[in-house]
Ligand binder design. Structure first.
Ligand code: COA
Length: 254
């Protein structure tokens, strides 16, 4: 079974995370599949909007923790970096539909999406510090910009989850609906966007992103080099090995 399902219909490309047994934890193969799909969508005039979605009970458990045990996989030229950079520089609208847990990169990637609809069961968390790690996906830049320093510190230092309504309040998501409606709402928005003049949509996105794009790229690269180093250090090794030994990380230690 494919871990990412790809479906194109009426100018909308839908990418569905489909690794249910591991709660859609991302593998390098999934990043590469998403990167390739985005690049093809970028060059295909028939695709005007992309949707990234999960299931009604979970969006993603973040990076596959088993892969964290191979720090070489997290350098500047890694599949995860290629995915993040492709998503961050993608010029057509990207919509996300998020229900249930959205952990780590499952939350931070949303900072590079244009519209986010959440199920009322969505829980956004960035538990990097609890795993002995640091933020990625330029979340150390974008989260404080989005919600203010102190709330970003709550998310990034304490690793506290933000439930759907709190995420709506701080502007992390656009709308909260019952989980069964989330993917439908994303599709409705996508169809609406696809019907608008494509040049106006893309130009507007480009203008909104233009002043921050270079900074986002630089911060993402800086975070990646720190992250790769921290993966080799004691606290991360201990937390990740604990998870692999089927003990959930103890987030209360934060
Ligand atoms: N990497 C690898 N495997 C993961 C995973 C991850 N990030 N998250 C979950 N899994 C696996 C579990 O090991 C389990 O596998 P098993 O059935 O072979 O034992 C399976 O997915 C189901 O996980 P489980 O914890 O039972 O599901 P849940 O619905 O009760 O909880 C989460 C879902 C996402 C809340 C929970 O799995 C979790 O906290 N995961 C860790 C998230 C994390 O710390 N990610 C790193 C972010 S930087």
């Amino acid at each position: 079974m494919n871990d990412v399902l790809i479906h194109a219909e009426n100018a909308v490309l839908t990418l569905t995370l489909n690794r249910e047994s591991k709660r859609n934890a991302f593998t390098p193969e999934m990043y590469t599949c998403l990167t390739d799909a985005l690049k093809q969508a970028q060059n295909n005039d028939e695709i005007r909007v992309v949707i990234l979605q999960g299931q009604e009970t979970f969006f993603s458990a973040g990076n596959d923790i088993a892969d964290f045990l191979n720090p070489e996989g997290f350098g500047l030229h890694s599949p995860v970096m290629a995915f993040l950079q492709t998503l961050a520089s993608f010029t057509k609208p990207v919509l996300a539909s998020v229900c249930g847990p959205a952990v780590g990169i499952g939350s931070s990637l949303l900072l590079h999406c244009d519209l986010v609809v959440a199920g009322d069961n969505a829980a956004f968390s960035l538990p990097f510090v609890n795993l002995g790690l640091c933020p990625e996906a330029a979340s150390s830049l974008l989260l404080p910009q989005l919600m203010g320093y102190h709330r970003a510190a709550e998310a990034l230092l304490l690793g506290e989850p933000f439930m759907a309504e709190a995420a709506l309040e701080v502007g992390w998501v656009n709308k909260v609906v019952v989980p069964s409606q989330a993917n439908l709402v994303a599709k409705r928005w996508a169809d609406k966007l696809a019907a608008k003049p494509v040049s106006a949509v893309m130009q507007t996105k480009a203008l909104m992103k233009s002043s921050s794009a270079q900074g986002v790229k630089e911060v993402m690269q800086h975070e990646a080099s720190v992250f790769a180093r921290m993966l080799t250090e004691g606290p991360a090794k201990e937390a990740l090995s604990a998870f692999m030994a089927h003990r959930k990380p103890d987030f209360s230690k934060a």
